[in-house]
Design a protein. Structure first.
Length: 116
């Protein structure tokens, strides 16, 4: 497990079709209501939105599926981690990022936001 939040868990997984390519799977626990499974609609919205976004600076959607009591969203794995983790690590080291690095990230974020 890579992480856990109020809505679900994030797992590092590999394809069952063979190979060693890694993916990230977000797993949302579905609510049980009268023998059916439901959510508040947010995980489904996230899957639908991700499936439509195509940009080099946005994690790529691979698939989504329901299995038992979970809705699963499979995405590409970013081995370098996310920006939040990088900022936390840098803060722990008490080091600053270079201005060039900050501008590069800013441009990447802005171009990704344009797609949304």
């Amino acid at each position: 497990m890579l992480g856990k939040g109020s809505q679900g868990e994030v797992w590092l997984v590999v394809s069952v079709q063979g190979g060693s390519k890694q993916f990230v799977m977000k797993r949302f626990l579905l609510n049980i209501s009268h023998d059916t499974y439901t959510t508040d609609g947010e995980p489904e919205k996230e899957a639908k939105l991700l499936s439509k976004l195509q940009h080099p600076n946005i994690v790529q959607y691979i698939d989504s599926f329901q299995c038992e009591r979970y809705l699963n969203i499979v995405m590409t794995y970013c081995a370098g981690g996310d920006l939040y983790t990088k900022i936390k690590q840098q803060k722990l080291k008490k080091q600053l990022f270079s201005e060039e690095q900050i501008v590069d990230w800013f441009v990447q974020i802005c171009t990704a936001i344009q797609v949304i």
